[in-house]
Design a protein around this ligand. Structure first.
Ligand code: C2E
Ligand code: CA
Ligand code: CA
Length: 733
């Protein structure tokens, strides 16, 4: 497991020791033998004898003894060695690093081994053969030998089986004297008395890779090893615990950092990195060795993860146009005493649809820029369906409204996106409920903006009473889609009876929503909500499609069946209405004359000329038009004047009171006459009893609809009733 970190640890220590340098202790001196030719035992004896006169404290004889070539010399050397008593040791070196087997060492002759102390030099290395550590002792042929570093430091054993050199020792700084100086008997500048002398011949001592210095003679490593052992602590956790202590420390710091408050977070992370990088180096100067690798890997992985997370979060908080989105707004805080403003762009999605995809972002950004120009606010949050939200400096209400009107005026000049020009119309929702949380305020402002758009006003202020409805409205889009998918939203059908033939001649498709938590939602209520949320189109086309399916099925049974659907006033003036309707009937292969489009709430139509034009074109396509709820709202008569309609539906308020109220009876009777005079067919709705039905028949009404005749029911039941009525031939009503 720890092997994976080795390259990292290697680079780490290499960098650390390139920068961390100190001089070798002066109490250990190298005595270098620079004679490259054969060095006889006689010469070695001579050197040792002369060295002894310098009174060194102890001597390590790091040379191969060519015993057996010169008997006299051998004896002289033995005597010389013995003359040092116990203050000398012969050094045997391992031929390679990491190989501590018996055969790896060439020990001096048996005679030397018997009479003199022998120490060894043996190193472990890392994957690129840099020395790392040395054992305190090595066992060769059953006998334990101390290693040179440990012997120099006078240490028997440690916390671990190995000790770690202090690579900050600069190998160049190790004091040296040359053998000639000893042999010539010349006085030495600093003398050797009381010091440790290592007699060594560089060509015999292999070079070893040393952190921060590449290749150095192995004897430098032994000296660095002793220096490591001489540090205040000299413990290493490398082999026993690996990176675990450092790793735990790093993890602890990271956890603390993650918990820290936003402001101090960065400081924590910097401290963590500094600790993981600096601590092992710092501790090592005190002789405590911690491998940094796992902690470094941990930090790198953690940093990478955090960066990735941050990126993911940034993506999550950014709209497709690259502006911060509404979620980003709700995540943040509002400046104290600020108003929340939401601008919605009328027909945003329609305008997007006419733009090539790559310009969609530019469109949103252009709107945001204009808002910025007008409001002076730099950060405009963007909702994907054309909402722009920001916080606006709170001003007295009148001033604020004037300010927003001014902003709206900025949108009077068309937006230019590439080669496309758009006339945009924006509506504002304003929330002044300082002190509420941002999501609540955003919901309020959004709901108000939608309301402004629905009512055609430029600004709506949020009223607290609508607070409960706001979140519901916000998510209505998703809920409608879901309701359509899972069958919570369904279509009911209510029969209409022909009063001359007394047969079912048609029906009205009425939408229903059985919401799992809100129960049955009345269509009036959620149609209004859907209109406010700008979701009415999807619903209408869904109704149209299902109604067509029902109409086709019923008409396949024989007599003509006329199906009515309701068209929201919000939709009548939409530019793509006619093309969509014609496309749907073409695709479904239905004669549009079988479909009656009921229109109502005429007063809230925004663009009357466009609405009239659309309806006229629908009629040209073959659809029948019906004026719903006739008699309510002042626009009904105007509609009758402007529009080429086919049918007039008398509102149930008049119908219900016909028996009890003579005035209502007169209104109904005259409406029927007026309609007939204009060539309209008349439908009465809301018939709840037999006398009302009879009265309408007497007044010459063509068609009847009401609970008395049949309630709105699911299609399967409707179909059964319809078949039964066909079977009866004539049904008495
Ligand atoms: P509406 O178009 O006037 O629909 C007739 C309403 O009168 C229906 O209410 C129906 O259930 C109810 N009704 C029928 N007979 C009687 C009766 O004898 N007595 C009484 N008291 N009521 C009767 P519903 O289904 O609750 O629909 C309410 C309104 O919701 C509809 O009024 C229509 O404006 C709207 N709506 C329903 N479905 C749709 C739709 O698919 N699209 C649109 N845009 N609006 C719809
Ligand atoms: Ca209707
Ligand atoms: Ca009606």
């Amino acid at each position: 497991m720890f092997a994976t970190g080795e390259p990292l640890a290697h680079s780490y220590w290499n960098v650390v020791f390139k920068n961390l340098r100190r001089d070798a202790p002066t109490n250990t001196v190298l005595l270098t033998v620079d004679d490259r030719s054969g060095w006889t035992t006689a010469e070695q004896a001579d050197l040792l004898n002369k060295l002894r006169r310098q009174m060194p404290r102890r001597v390590f004889f790091d040379a191969v003894i060519p015993a057996g070539e010169d008997k006299v010399g051998d004896t002289a050397l033995m005597q010389a060695l013995q003359s040092f008593d116990s203050d000398i040791a012969v050094v045997a070196r391992a031929e390679k690093m990491d190989d501590f087997d018996d055969h790896a060492f060439t020990l001096p002759s048996a005679q030397v081994v018997r009479n003199t102390k022998v120490v060894v030099s043996a190193w472990r290395s890392n994957f690129v053969y840099y020395a790392i550590s040395a054992p305190y002792t090595v066992t060769i042929r059953g006998r334990e030998y101390q290693t040179l570093g440990a012997a120099l430091a006078g240490v028997q054993s440690g916390f671990e089986s190995d000790y770690y050199p202090d690579f900050s020792i600069d190998p160049q700084s190790i004091p040296r004297v040359r053998s000639q100086d000893i042999l010539s008997g010349a006085p030495l500048p600093s003398g050797l008395s009381g010091r440790t002398v290592i007699v060594t011949s560089p060509e015999r001592v292999p070079s070893i890779r040393y952190f921060g210095h590449r290749l150095v003679p192995a004897v430098a490593l032994d000296i660095a090893g002793a220096a490591g052992l001489a540090l205040p602590f000299s413990v290493s956790f490398g082999q026993k615990f690996g990176s675990i202590p450092m790793l735990l420390l790093a993890a602890l710091l990271v956890v603390q950092g993650a918990r820290a408050r936003r402001r101090t977070k960065l400081a924590w992370y910097i401290a963590t990195v500094a600790t993981v990088i600096g601590l092992p180096a710092l501790l090592r100067t005190q002789g405590i060795v911690f491998p940094p690798d796992c902690a470094l890997i941990f930090i790198s992985v953690y940093a990478a993860l955090r960066l990735w997370q941050k990126r993911a979060r940034r993506i999550q908080l950014t709209s497709a146009a690259g502006l911060p989105n509404l979620l980003a707004f709700t995540n943040g805080t509002m400046p104290v005493g600020a108003d929340m403003v939401v601008a919605v762009v009328a027909r945003y999605e329609e305008m997007l649809a006419t733009l090539p995809h790559e310009l969609h972002g530019e469109f949103a950004r252009a709107i945001a820029r204009r808002i910025t120009a007008g409001s002076g606010t730099d950060t405009i949050y963007h909702g994907e369906s054309g909402q722009f939200a920001w916080s606006e400096e709170a001003r007295p209400l009148e001033t604020q409204l004037d300010h927003l009107e001014g902003l709206r005026a900025l949108f009077a000049s068309p937006l230019q996106i590439g080669a496309h020009t758009f006339d945009t119309n924006i509506h504002f929702g304003l929330d002044r409920n300082e002190g509420l949380d941002v999501p609540t305020r955003l919901n309020s402002a959004l709901a108000s903006a939608n309301q402004a758009m629905a009512s055609g006003r430029s600004i709506e202020m949020f009223e607290a009473s609508r607070l409960a409805e706001a979140p519901w409205e916000l998510s209505l889009h998703a809920r409608i889609e879901e309701g359509l998918r899972n069958g919570e939203i369904w279509l009911a059908f209510q029969p209409q009876f022909d009063l001359t033939s007394n047969r079912i001649c048609g029906g009205e498709a009425l939408i229903r929503w059985n919401h799992p938590t809100r129960g049955a939602i009345a269509p009036d209520a959620f149609i209004l909500q859907a209109e406010r949320a700008g979701r009415i189109d999807a619903l209408t086309y869904w109704v149209l499609d299902l109604a067509i399916t029902a109409t086709l099925a019923l008409n396949a049974r024989g007599p003509r069946f006329q199906m009515s659907i309701n068209l929201s006033a919000q939709m009548v003036d939409k530019p793509d209405l006619v093309s969509n309707f014609s496309e749907i009937v073409r695709r479904r292969g239905i004669d549009p004359a079988l479909l009656t489009v009921e229109i109502t709430e005429t007063s809230s139509v925004r663009n009357r000329p466009a609405a009239c034009q659309n309806l006229a074109r629908l009629r040209e396509l073959g659809f029948r038009l019906s004026i719903d709820d006739f008699g309510t709202g002042e626009a009904s008569l105007a509609y009758l004047a402007d529009l080429p309609s086919d049918e007039l539906k008398i509102d149930r308020r008049f119908v219900a009171r016909m028996i009890s109220s003579p005035r209502d009876r007169i209104i109904v009777a005259n409406t029927i006459n007026l309609a007939h005079a204009l060539g309209q067919r008349v439908v009465a709705e809301g018939i709840e009893d037999a006398p009302t039905l009879q009265l309408l028949r007497d007044l010459g009404c063509d068609c009847a609809q009401g609970y008395h005749l049949g309630k709105p029911i699911a299609f399967a039941d409707f179909e059964k009733d319809y078949d039964a009525s066909l079977g009866q031939g004539r049904r008495t009503v």
